[in-house]
Design a protein around this ligand. Structure first.
Ligand SMILES: CC(C)(COP(=O)(O)OP(=O)(O)OC[C@H]1O[C@@H](n2cnc3c(N)ncnc32)[C@H](O)[C@@H]1OP(=O)(O)O)[C@@H](O)C(=O)NCCC(=O)NCCS
Length: 176
């Protein structure tokens, strides 16, 4: 892993450190922090966390990624799917591949759990490198439908469903 960065599962005692990583990362964006740390707390309280990983440098948390349980129906059947959000890297570590490593490790953890699909709402220049496609997401009815809504099959050999519906974890519906 690059420059001594270690990716590991989040632990219960990481709560405060993850909170700070999320706040610092989003404070650096043009939109500012919009409740992403609170979102994580709600997803945890609901029991909807599928994968939560921390990136550590010299024992200090510098990044975090969460994948939460979605409610997805594909071709008339419920399938296991995970929403990627939020992903955060502290400002002085951005652009060094930490986010990339977190997302790839998270996708592999989901594959190990037998999860079929992942969705993300994000920048169309970033997420396609991991396999996310707006064309696949466009087959799914969602409140988030649009050019930033992307989806991927976690088994890249799996056929794309013809259509369906995709809803994020309950906590997303409670965002102000
Ligand atoms: C988005 C984020 C997690 C990426 O992590 P990172 O470690 O900085 O990214 P990596 O080093 O793996 O990848 C760098 C690439 O991401 C791109 N990138 C970084 N932040 C981006 C953003 N907010 N929008 C679009 N692209 C972004 C860079 O341009 C770079 O692209 P390139 O490889 O084509 O040059 C991190 O920048 C961050 O925490 N940003 C603030 C919070 C945020 O916007 N999270 C995403 C929304 S949930």
């Amino acid at each position: 892993m690059r420059d001594g960065i270690v990716i590991r599962p989040a632990r219960a005692e990481d709560g405060e450190a993850i909170d700070q990583v999320i706040r610092a990362a989003f404070a650096s964006t043009e939109f500012g922090h919009q409740g992403e740390a609170e979102l994580l707390r709600m997803i945890e309280a609901d029991g909807d966390v599928m994968v939560s990983l921390v990136a550590e440098a010299d024992g200090v948390a510098v990044g975090h990624v969460l994948f939460s349980q979605m409610d997805v129906e594909a071709d008339g059947r419920a399938i296991a799917a995970a929403g990627l959000a939020p992903v955060s890297v502290v400002p002085d570590r951005q652009g060094q591949g930490v986010g990339d490593a977190l997302i790839r490790a998270g996708l592999n953890a989901l594959r190990d759990q037998g999860v079929a699909m992942s969705f993300v709402l994000g920048h169309e220049s970033y997420y396609p490198r991991f396999g996310y496609s707006p064309d696949l997401a466009a087959r799914f009815a969602s409140p988030f439908a649009g050019p930033h809504f992307m989806a991927m099959m976690l088994d890249s050999n799996a056929a794309w469903p013809q259509g369906g519906r995709a809803d994020y974890a309950r906590a997303f519906g409670r965002l102000g």
